[in-house]
Design a protein around this ligand. Structure first.
Ligand SMILES: Nc1nc2c(ncn2[C@@H]2O[C@H](COP(=O)(O)OP(=O)(O)OP(=O)(O)O)[C@@H](O)[C@H]2O)c(=O)[nH]1
Ligand SMILES: [Mg+2]
Ligand SMILES: [Zn+2]
Length: 304
C-alpha cells in the first residue's frame, strides 16, 4: 500500500534531500514534477521546507512542498532572481566575531534588513568575547538603541551559551554571518552531540575558511530546530521599496513618524526628524549612513 508521510527538509544535496520524518532521518529523491504551494517563487527545495512524501519505506520520494510561512532570501552576485536560503524559520541569530574575523557592520546591517523583510525575528550575537570587546563597544550601543537584543557569547569559555540555549528553545532559529565567526562552534556549545566541523582562521587574510558548505537543519534536544549555514561574504538585497527598507531600520522608522512630510527622504528636507536626531546624537550617524547607502543601492537595483 502507498503511504503518505510528512517531513521537514534538513539538508539538500543536489538531486537528493535529507528529510526528517518524525524522529527518522532519510535521504530521498524528489519528483521532477514537484507540486508547489501556490505563489512559491523560488522553486528549489531548501532546509526547513515542509514536504509530503509518497511511496513506501525505503522508496519514499518527495512529491509535494507545503506553503512556506517565511522565506529568507538573498541575491547572490551575478544572479537576478531571489534565492531562498531557508524556509519556515522563526528567528535568526546574526553572528559577528568581537575581534577576529574583523566584524563588518555593513554586512550585519544587510543581514538585519533581510531578516526584518522576511518577518524573521533577528538577534545580534557577538561571539568570541574571550578575545575582547573594546572594538565593538560603540556598535553594541548602536544596536541596543535600535532595539535589538544583543547576545555576547564565547563558544570557547561558554559565556552566554546558557542564554543562547534558552533563546533558541522551542523555535526554529537560523544562524548566519561571515565565515569563521563561530556559528558551528556555538551550535556545538549548545549541543555537543551535533559534532559540527569547525574551521580555523587564515593567518594570511584573517578570514574564515568556509568550513560549513551546506545549510543544515538540526533538531534541538527538547523541541525546536537550529539551522547552521555556510559563512557569507556578501548579502545582496533588492526589490524593497523605500518604505519597506525604512521599516527594516526600526530606530529610523520610529523617528521618521515625526518628519514633516510623509514621504520624507531624510536626506535634504529641512524639517526632518531623522536628520535632527542624528545631529543631536540620539540616532546613530553610522546606522543612518548605512540606511542611506542601502537605499541608494536598492534604488539602483530596481528595474535594472
Ligand atoms: N577564541 C574563540 N574562538 C572561537 C570561538 N568560537 C569559535 N571559535 C573558533 O573560530 C574558528 C571558526 O569557528 P567555526 O565554528 O568553524 O566558524 P563558522 O562561523 O561556523 O565558519 P564557517 O562554517 O566557515 O561559516 C574555530 O577555530 C573555532 O574554534 C570563541 O568563542 N572564542
Ligand atoms: Mg560553520
Ligand atoms: Zn525625514
Amino acid at each position: 500500500m502507498t503511504e503518505r508521510a510528512v517531513g521537514v527538509v534538513t539538508a539538500v544535496f543536489g538531486p537528493l534531500v535529507r528529510v526528517q520524518v518524525g524522529e527518522e532521518p532519510m535521504v530521498v529523491p524528489f519528483r521532477r514534477a514537484l507540486r508547489w504551494a501556490e505563489g512559491t517563487e523560488d522553486k528549489r527545495l531548501v532546509v526547513g521546507d515542509h514536504v509530503f512524501l509518497d511511496g513506501k519505506i525505503p522508496d519514499f520520494v518527495v512529491a509535494e512542498v507545503g506553503l512556506r510561512r517565511t522565506t529568507l532570501t538573498r541575491r547572490s552576485p551575478g544572479e537576478r532572481r531571489a534565492r531562498v536560503i531557508a524556509a519556515n524559520v522563526d528567528q535568526a541569530v546574526v553572528v559577528m566575531a568581537a575581534v577576529s574575523p574583523e566584524p563588518s557592520p555593513r554586512l550585519l546591517d544587510r543581514l538585519l534588513v533581510a531578516c526584518h523583510h522576511a518577518g524573521i525575528h533577528p538577534l545580534v550575537c557577538f561571539n568570541k568575547v574571550d578575545q575582547g570587546t573594546a572594538g565593538i563597544d560603540t556598535w553594541i550601543g548602536d544596536y541596543q538603541d535600535a532595539g535589538y537584543e544583543i547576545l555576547l557569547t564565547s563558544a570557547r569559555t561558554a559565556r552566554g551559551v546558557g542564554v543562547l540555549t534558552r533563546k533558541v528553545a522551542g523555535k526554529t532559529t537560523l544562524f548566519c554571518g561571515p565565515s569563521g565567526v563561530g556559528k558551528s562552534a556555538l551550535l556545538n556549545a549548545i549541543h555537543p552531540g551535533y559534532r559540527l566541523r569547525e574551521g580555523s582562521i587564515s593567518e594570511a587574510t584573517g578570514k574564515g575558511r568556509h568550513t560549513t558548505t551546506t545549510a543544515q537543519l538540526l533538531s534541538l534536544p527538547g523541541s525546536g530546530f537550529v539551522v547552521d549555514t555556510p559563512g557569507v561574504r556578501e548579502f545582496g538585497l533588492w526589490d524593497l521599496t523605500h518604505r519597506q527598507l525604512q521599516v527594516c531600520f526600526p530606530e529610523v522608522d520610529r523617528v521618521a513618524s515625526e518628519c514633516q512630510f510623509d514621504d520624507c527622504t531624510h536626506s535634504s528636507e529641512a524639517a526632518c526628524a531623522v536628520r535632527t536626531a542624528v545631529q543631536a546624537g540620539t540616532l546613530s550617524a553610522r546606522r543612518y549612513s548605512s540606511f542611506l547607502k542601502l537605499r541608494q543601492e536598492v534604488e539602483e537595483g530596481l528595474g535594472s
